[in-house]
Design a binder for this molecule. Structure first.
Ligand code: TIU
Length: 230
């Protein structure tokens, strides 16, 4: 028998095999969480994403203690931006009549060049620093699967189920769950361990995941998951 755990979730309880489930921590980088980073330049609510660090740390520690595989992702680009589609630069630049985005990907910000690999802002916040043996996936897109080796690394470990956390709910978290669901992974997002730049977006994004008996997957809360993992 394959050992499994079950915890309450929407649209119905989520059951996952301990040995073939991974925790996915999406983009908990200074650029999205700290002042002076890319998220602040986008106009994001930093308080909301900062408040998700504590619950995400609790989730990470519970999953580590239970022996789950841990995957972290970081969004960012090579130094010459040759892996950054022009659409991503153009639409996040100051458009005519819109002065919100004073800087674009690759520009120098307070935490280094925005969303560029190797810069201080590109790295994961200290509280959630990956441990040796945990996988770190650098991704040029919003989704974790586009132009990365994540699927090969998940398959190599026999992973079938994903517990998903990180920022932002409406952007990289949602895109990654949708990509994973299309590839046959059973996904459950964890409410307290994700945050968006807009609370309406977070609520709607989570609702869309589990709508209609699990359109893209499941959504569950941290405490019952911690209880199951304990
Ligand atoms: N723009 C936004 O809300 N987020 C991102 O660009 N990246 C992630 O969600 N990580």
């Amino acid at each position: 028998d394959v050992p499994t755990l079950t915890f309450i979730a929407k649209p119905y309880p989520f059951t996952f095999p301990i040995r073939t489930t991974a925790l996915l921590v999406i983009d908990m980088q200074r650029d999205f969480i700290c002042q002076g980073g890319f998220g602040e330049i986008q106009g994001g609510n930093l308080e909301a994403v900062q408040a998700s660090i504590g619950p995400t740390k609790a989730l990470l520690e519970a999953c580590r203690a239970a022996g789950l595989s841990i995957f972290h992702t970081r969004e960012g680009h090579v130094r010459d931006l040759s892996d950054c589609p022009s659409s991503k630069i153009i639409r996040q630049a100051a458009a005519p009549g819109n002065s919100q985005h004073l800087k674009v990907i690759g520009d120098k910000g307070e935490l280094g060049r925005l969303l560029v690999r190797g810069e201080y802002g590109h790295n994961i916040v200290d509280e959630l620093r990956p441990l040796p043996g945990e996988v770190v996936i650098d991704k040029p897109g919003k989704g974790a699967f586009w132009n990365t080796r994540i699927m090969h690394k998940l398959k190599a470990r026999g992973i079938t189920h994903l517990l998903v956390s990180g920022v932002t709910t409406e952007c990289c978290f949602s895109t990654s769950i949708r990509e994973a669901n299309d590839r046959g992974f059973e996904c459950c997002g964890i409410v307290q361990a994700t945050a968006g730049y807009n609370s309406d977006f977070k609520a709607a994004s989570l609702d869309m995941i589990h709508w209609s008996q699990g359109l893209f997957g499941f959504v569950g809360e941290l405490q019952p998951l911690q209880d199951a993992l304990h």
